[in-house]
Write a protein that binds this ligand. Sequence first.
Ligand code: GLN
Length: 485
Amino acid sequence: MQLHELTAYELSKKLAAGEISAREVVAGYYERIQAVEDRVQAFVCQTRELAEKKAAEIDEKRAAGEPLGPLAGVPIAVKDLLCTKGLPTTCCSKILEDFRPPYDATVIERCHQAHMPIVGKTNMDEFAMGSSTENSAFQVTRNPWDLETVPGGSSGGSAAAVAACEAPLALGSDTGGSIRQPAALCGIVGMKPTYGRVSRYGLIAYASSLDQIGPFARTVTDCALLLQVIAGHDPRDATSADLPVPDYVATLDAGIEGLKIGVIRELVYGQGIHPGVKARVLEAIDTLQNLGAECEEVSLPNIDYSMPVYYIIAPAECSSNLARFDGVRYGHRTNRSVSDIYDLFAKTRGEGFGEEVRLRIMLGTYALSTGYYDAYYLKALKVRTLIKKDFDTAWEKYDLLVCPTSPTTAWKFGEFDQLALKLADICTIPVNIAGVAGLSVPCGFDDGKPVGLQLIGKPFSEDLLLRAAYAYEQATDWHKQRPAL
Ligand code: GLN
């Protein structure tokens, strides 16, 4: 087995035992990146020199007998909307093309403390708005399973990098599905933790009440290891929860005997779920049952409103969050002559933002404007509460909920129209609306393309979610299959 095929867990064992050095690991990954990146195009920036320097430091520390965390020396790829001190952080937007933040996001700080070398920043839909990574201002990322298809989005670069073994682990952000959906389409594990589980400090915001940072990995164990590094309270993010972080790896193999699992009727049997996806998910539910879980159908009556609610709330928040990119404080400023400050704003933003971003800013501004606020934004907030209540009711009876992660497998570039692209998130968006936790785990293939099973857990039940995903993973071998590339 080649180095880049090892899981983060396997790598960490070899590193700790001194069988391999952090320098060799980093070198091995750049060899892999060189071999496949021209086809996959997952990275918008590679940070080889820094990663090598970091690896050398780690090897020295280990030689000196200093205590190191379990992932010390295990490389990581980072979505390009997480602030990395001194390194480009572009959100794959022209408006931030030259931005180098003066500070690290909390999750990046924690990766540094865990001694994980960062191999590069990954491609994404501009400001995390999209489902295919095609909205990036810079490049197109391809799905390693079929280079003619999209990797999903918006964290498509991170998902593709991990699926193509260009990194064992990656970080992404998920506002309506941007971790879970690309994880499903690329055949890997991806998790959106509970809102508040992971600090958002240094995450360039899209929709602050929905955004959450989370891990990508090829196995559930690796996902648990990375969550362990990034989870926990941060005084710099007022919405981060001041709760203890359980040992996610310790409980992985506790099994799911007797667990009550609700099968979400609307998202398994409802409109738009591709027959091949539905078939794999139903087989996965059988497997969960064979492992001792009790599965039964449950209805979440308001879940069908998730999409309209999301497309009011997310643009409303984005119109406010993205107001800071005005050509005055930082980021791109127009070179054209301007008549006054408003002209400067308009020209700068017109040049700097792509079409989808401009569309959402306008939509959100409209929904928040006097006269429409009550009709749209306030109404959406009320329906959001109803959706959350549906989940609260479900938790009275079920430990977990299950449904597909994405209604389809990866589609060809340009195959989906704007509506179909948005509907790619029907199964993931409700989880952000309700602020609960969701995880996608590979559950087979349809026509050679990966399918993801989504497990949903009550707030701060990441340990249970990982445990169930692990039980399922160990009973199957989907996670062992790799794209041919
Ligand atoms: N695809 C969804 C959107 O376009 C979700 C994006 C996300 O989770 N960041 O907004």
